[in-house]
Design a protein around this ligand. Structure first.
Ligand SMILES: [Zn+2]
Length: 173
């Protein structure tokens, strides 16, 4: 992380069918920064198929234009050749005003090791807004969801539930 940004939150949560990784941080004076990379690595704590990922987000001044572009990459780095699904959503909001002025979501199914989601956004901050003081501090929130890794657990769970129901029915007879 560059000196100009600050981590606010970093947490992971398990879902019935996947894992959520949440990062949020803020940057100051994004309009004066030439190049601002943000990198994170994480491994899901999955009991069936634990996968590793590298997330990269890069804000960059567009040469000759008074605006900032953003490129986002989520790359799978483990070696287990079983495909999973990944989605990432990125939103930018003014720190003093909650609602995002920019928000995008990207999703890809069947990601194998070495594959990635790569997206570029030409302009994240409209030019007229860059000069206002409102945008001096910007909150950035990233939510990454990995799915289809432990559907086996769900199937087992369903099987167990069915067996339990059957036992209940038998005991009721
Ligand atoms: Zn999992």
């Amino acid at each position: 992380m560059a000196a100009s940004d600050k981590m606010l939150e970093n947490n992971e949560k398990d879902l019935n069918d996947g894992h959520v990784v949440h990062y949020s941080y803020y940057v100051r004076n994004l309009n004066t920064i030439q190049r601002l990379p943000y990198k994170r690595r994480f491994t899901t704590k999955c009991q069936v198929l634990s996968t590793s990922w590298r997330f990269k987000m890069l804000f960059q001044q567009v040469p000759g234009a008074d605006t900032v572009s953003c490129s986002i990459t989520l790359r799978r780095t483990d070696g287990v050749k079983i495909p999973v699904m990944a989605s990432m959503s990125v939103s930018l909001s003014r720190a003093t005003h909650g609602s995002p002025f920019f928000s995008e979501e990207f999703e890809k199914n069947g990601i194998l090791p070495g594959e990635e989601i790569q997206e570029s956004i030409a302009e994240v901050i409209p030019t007229e807004h860059m000069r206002t003081t409102f945008y001096k501090k910007i909150d950035i929130a990233v939510i990454i969801i990995i799915r289809n890794c432990h559907s086996m657990i769900k199937t087992d769970l369903e099987r167990n539930l069915r067996a339990q129901k059957k036992r209940m029915m038998i005991s009721n007879i």
